[in-house]
Design a protein around this ligand. Sequence first.
Ligand code: NAP
Length: 491
Amino acid sequence: MTQVNDQILVGGEWRQGRGAPVRPLDPATGRELGCLSGASAEDVADAAEAGARAAADPAWRGLPPHERARYLYRIADLIERDTDRLSALQTANTGKTRAETTALVKSAAGTFRYVGATLETAEEALTPSRGAYLTMSVHEPIGVVGAITPWNSPIASEAQKIAPALGGGNAVLVKPAEWTPLIALELGRIATEAGLPAGLLSVLPGKGSVVGDAIVRHPLVGKVSFTGGTATGRNIAHHAADKLMPVSLELGGKSPTIVLPDADVEQALAGIMFGIFSSSGQACIAGSRLFVPESMYQEFVGELVRRTEKLAVGPGTDPTTRVGPLVHPKHRDSVAAYVDLAREEGGRVLCGGRAPEGEAYAEGAYYLPTVIDGLDNTARTCQEEIFGPVLVCLPYRDEEHLVELANASVYGLACGIWTRDARAAWRLARRIEAGTVWINTYKQFSSATPFGGFKESGLGREKGRDWIRAYQRQKSLYWGTDEAPLPWAVG
Ligand code: NAP
């Protein structure tokens, strides 16, 4: 039984939240993991004020970047030390397999370490002088930043905001998703153990419409970094516009995964299945729209369906499981409703399309991996993000037709291309509107490579050498070198 500690981290103090209780579930069993106190708007205000004080304290603000890096390295080491425990907790709260949650924990440790390393090497620029002065461009902390995260990849999502925000010299208020608050609180404990000065990190679980909203609107919060759905992101951007506050948005996707006629079929099949069915399809970058040439469509999709039917569905704790439960029964119902909609839209459900049968699945939020075809590209189920193990397949005639279909989406997060033809891969990769294109691979991430969306998939980039810059303000300094006064001197 997972032990849930009922305290939250507000401005450096572990205490009971004053908001509505939060009741995380184990989606494999439907059982509550415990009840913890959520944050209230007053807790957000306390956290913002404590954060502003901690960020302005010369002990933090004046700390050279390479010394800030030491905190990040310590946090990375402690995350790694606790990999097993954190992975088990994450599997209990999200249903993801242990392999997936172990990878997420390692990725979180890697994020802290990578950001630390960028702090060691970040340089400020001496810009070319165009007069009797020296010019410098320097970067300074914003102060207090808000980090609002979704439920699908906890710990990795939080690390991707906390590490660069702290690295940039700020204090951070983290609002994890109501369904999956436990890992973010563990990160709070780890940061405390690492000796991070009090007040620099607050972890504020609760409802987005209360706690998230209070963070976005709080006058001391100078930037919000958000990962989640496009509708929520747009709403946050409206509030950010009122405050004239910068905002980074990592939003939804409906990513095309494309087979070219000369693809290595084995590699493509495995990559496509991994791209849509790992994490039970609950990934912003899930390759949820499959495009196959007309000439090989029946054979390819037939084989894909045959293999999909064999995927082991079960609890994330079973090492043979490939597809765990969805995060919550309500989300499973939303995925099921989309498949019903696909049927109404004229789609053929080639496999899955229902919850698995049997006692082992009765209480959990399971849904079978599902492949659908026969839909028009304009169908809602081909256009809207389902965020579950549901793949829609569409045939295409030629490259022009393919590009038209693949780009006919409000989203532009990711794309997969399966081919042996390097020139075709290059051409297509440049024509598809997506922030990330994978060629003969899928769902690979490197801290060193910027990530973010085109179109309604987001604004701004995470990762890369300039990661901390999204959490800083740029300032220019002019140092006069002329001993003579400026021409306005009188007398
Ligand atoms: P969501 O409903 O948009 O929620 C995301 C976060 O925003 C949650 O913490 C939520 O709180 C909070 N929130 C809700 N309403 C808010 C408001 N009015 N003000 C401030 N915060 C608010 O998204 P989700 O269902 O958790 O996650 C799935 C979505 O995330 C998908 O669309 C997926 O594509 C996207 N995603 C994108 C990326 C990327 O990098 N591009 C990565 C992962 C996921 P509560 O849930 O507690 O209400």
